[in-house]
Design a protein around this ligand. Sequence first.
Ligand SMILES: Nc1ncnc2c1ncn2[C@@H]1O[C@H](COP(=O)(O)OP(=O)(O)OP(=O)(O)O)[C@@H](O)[C@H]1O
Length: 231
Amino acid sequence: MSTPSPVLRCEEIHKKFKSESGPEDLHILKGVNLSVASAEMISIVGSSGSGKSTLLHILGGLDRPNAGSVYWHDKSIYDFKQDKLADLRNQNVGFVFQFHHLLPEFTAIENVTMPALIQGQNQKEAEHRASELLKRFGMSDRIYHRPSQLSGGEQQRVSMARALMNSPSIILADEPTGNLDEKNTDIILDLLFELRETEQVSLVLITHEKEIARRCDSLYSLHMGVLEKVE
Ligand SMILES: Nc1ncnc2c1ncn2[C@@H]1O[C@H](COP(=O)(O)OP(=O)(O)OP(=O)(O)O)[C@@H](O)[C@H]1O
C-alpha cells in the first residue's frame, strides 16, 4: 500500500532578512525540510529569534522564502496566483497566534463566522457551525461578547474556533498558550488533541515549553537556521 502524501511539506527553505546594522544579510533559515502527515502533531522549539515564527509564516504562505518550496497536499503553493493562494489558505490552513488578532468591533460568533463568509458560505449554516464550535470550546454563554469583554483564555478559544471554522487540514499555531495559565493551557491543548481524533487535523505547534512540545508525536528543534528532529 502506498503511504498517503503529506498534508504539508517544505523543502530546502532559505530565508534571509536585511540587517539594519551591517552589510551582511541575516540568514535565518538555512535549508529547512519538514513533512507533516494527516493527523500528525509536531512541535517546534528553539531559542528566541531562531526563526520559528518566520518558518510558520512561510509554511502558511504568509511569507515567501528566498529559496525552497512549500507544498500543500503535494501542490506547490507558488504555482498559485495571490488571490487563489489566499483562497487555498482560507480553506486549508487554520492559524492560531499568541496575540489572537480577533476583530475588536465584532462579537465572538461574528469573529468565528468570518472565514466562512469570506469563502461565500451560507450565513445561517456558518453561524450554526460557529456556535457549535464555540459550544465545544465551553463558550456557549459568551458568543455575543466582544473580545474586550472576554478573558485572555476565552479570546484564545474564540481564536481557535475561528481557525477551525473552514475545517482546515492543518493548524499552524504560534505559541497558542504563551500567555495563558495552566488551566487554560490544558483546555486549549486537550481540544487540539481531540481534533486530531475527530477531524484528522494536523498540527504544527511552536512553543517554548518543552513539556507541551513532548505531548506531540514528534519534536523538532530549530537552531542556527537548521531544523532537526529531537524526539
Ligand atoms: N521582517 C523582518 N526584517 C528583518 N528581520 C526580521 C524580520 N522578521 C524577523 N526578523 C528577524 O529574524 C529572526 C527570527 O525571527 P522570528 O520571529 O522568526 O523568531 P522566533 O524564533 O519566532 O522568536 P521568538 O521565540 O522570540 O518569537 C529574528 O532575529 C528577527 O529579528
